[in-house]
Write a protein that binds this ligand. Structure first.
Ligand SMILES: [Zn+2]
Ligand SMILES: [Zn+2]
Length: 431
């Protein structure tokens, strides 16, 4: 019954409080807190409407971002790792994974001094190489870093690619899975009814999320200095800089209360190394959706109301443009149909709309590869979300701990990774 013959449609909460649903008054407006879909001017009006509204409203389940954001961060980490784990379509995304490494600085946080200008690093690449185990990859010239340092470089590179595609894939998966309503056709009136899946709504604290999407802008150092990495291949004299702090992307959420949240899970490679513990989420996922190794994934969450103690971010995000995903009606229509990348119909209306959105976010025309990669990642992200939403396990999750120190700096489990563990991770990062 779940996906019924009627299919799926996207329904999002109200974005603004315009008038009372019952009496059309514009004063003292409040939104129904449990569904975020009805506006009332008073308790009286809410009471009057309750009989009609109750069945619809009580089928709503809230997802609080305070406990849920590690899962979103994990989705992005998973996408970065499974470039083509299940399918042989996506080439390895990072130049360092196709070569031996001759010389590289050790990745890590660099605290700000007087200068807040970026630090530029260069990694020198050696002969072409396919990673089977890490010792072959870092053998030449990296001894000084030790195994933990080399593993750190490996993680650094694994997280240094495809930011805008992964963010688009993540936000589209959120819209498609959290805000979808399934229709079921019936043989008697009213002929179309809602499926028996609950309606989900994101919230922050007690306020429903009324909009979310993608921000584009610059990363500026504050207590930490911004670092950029270039990979130099002397054989072909090519230099590749996978990520640019002048062109960064992150996710915003806007609550109906006006509070705004920034979720940045992709600044790790710029030397901003906070992580969040995603282990409660991982416990609910099947093994094929779990990355071996650590459950700590890069994430910074900041609210516009975090004032005491100042801005938690050790860097500044300078927003230049924002693109709503939740309130984009074209996208809502396009993603109601899941596009299977295996049978990719490039000229279907769905793919055209998604592609136009990608072009808009990128600021130039994206390639066929970009579209295909994004659709794969979206499918992976949607799969993870579906698992968790079905189990409803987040209702028991506690507010997660954010770790400002790198895993590597606080002696945690990555030091203990055995050769087998390293091999498992390398399978995720390449192949
Ligand atoms: Zn009213
Ligand atoms: Zn309601």
């Amino acid at each position: 019954m779940r996906s019924g013959a009627g299919g799926k449609s996207i329904s999002v909460p109200l974005r603004i409080l315009d008038k009372c649903y019952v009496c059309a008054s514009v004063k003292g407006l409040r939104v129904c807190n449990s569904c975020a879909s009805r506006i009332y001017c008073s308790r009286e009006c809410q009471k009057k409407d309750w009989k009609e509204h109750k069945p619809w409203c009580s089928a709503t389940v809230q997802i609080n971002l305070k406990v849920f954001y590690p899962l979103i961060a994990y989705m992005m980490e998973f996408m970065r790792c499974v470039t083509s784990q299940f399918h042989n379509v996506l080439p390895r995304p990072h130049p360092a994974f196709n070569h031996k490494i001759i010389r590289a600085p050790l990745p890590g946080v660099r605290k700000s001094t007087e200068s807040d200008s970026p630090i530029h690093h260069t990694v020198t690449l050696g002969a072409r190489h396919t990673i089977t185990d890490l010792s072959g990859w870092w053998k030449a010239g990296l001894r000084a870093h030790g195994d933990a340092g080399c593993l750190k470089l490996f993680h650094h590179c694994g997280r240094e690619h495809s930011v805008y595609k992964i963010i688009i894939a993540t936000t589209l998966a959120l819209l498609a899975e959290v805000y979808s309503t399934y229709h079921v056709l019936t043989s008697e009136p009213p002929f179309v009814i809602e499926g028996n899946r609950p309606r989900f709504r994101l919230e922050y604290g007690k306020s429903p999320i009324a909009d979310f999407g993608i921000c584009k802008g610059k990363v500026r150092g504050k207590t930490h200095r911004v670092q950029t990495w270039t990979y130099y291949d002397p054989a072909t004299e090519t230099r590749t800089t996978p990520l640019d702090p002048e062109n960064h992307y992150w996710i915003y959420f806007k609550a109906l209360s006006g509070e705004e949240l920034v979720l940045d899970c992709c600044s790790y490679s710029f030397g901003m190394e906070a992580t969040v513990d995603a282990s409660p989420c991982l416990e609910t996922l099947p093994p094929m959706m779990c990355i071996p190794g650590s459950s700590r994934v890069p994430a910074y969450l900041r609210s516009s109301r975090d004032t005491g103690g100042g801005d938690k971010l050790p860097y500044t995000l300078v927003e230049e443009k924002r693109f709503s995903v939740m309130q984009n009606t074209e996208l809502q229509k396009a993603i109601a149909t899941e596009v299977d990348p295996r049978g990719l119909a490039k000229d279907s209306d769905e793919v055209k709309i998604v592609r136009a959105f990608m072009d808009e976010v990128l600021g130039e025309a994206c390639t066929d590869y970009d579209v295909e990669a994004m659709l794969w990642w979206r499918m992976n992200g949607a799969g993870i979300l579906r698992e968790v939403l079905t189990g409803r396990s987040w209702l028991e999750w506690e507010k997660p701990m954010m770790h400002q120190k790198s895993l590597f700096d606080c002696g945690e489990n990555l030091y203990d990774i055995t050769t087998k563990g390293v091999k498992d991770i390398s399978i995720f990062y390449q192949n």
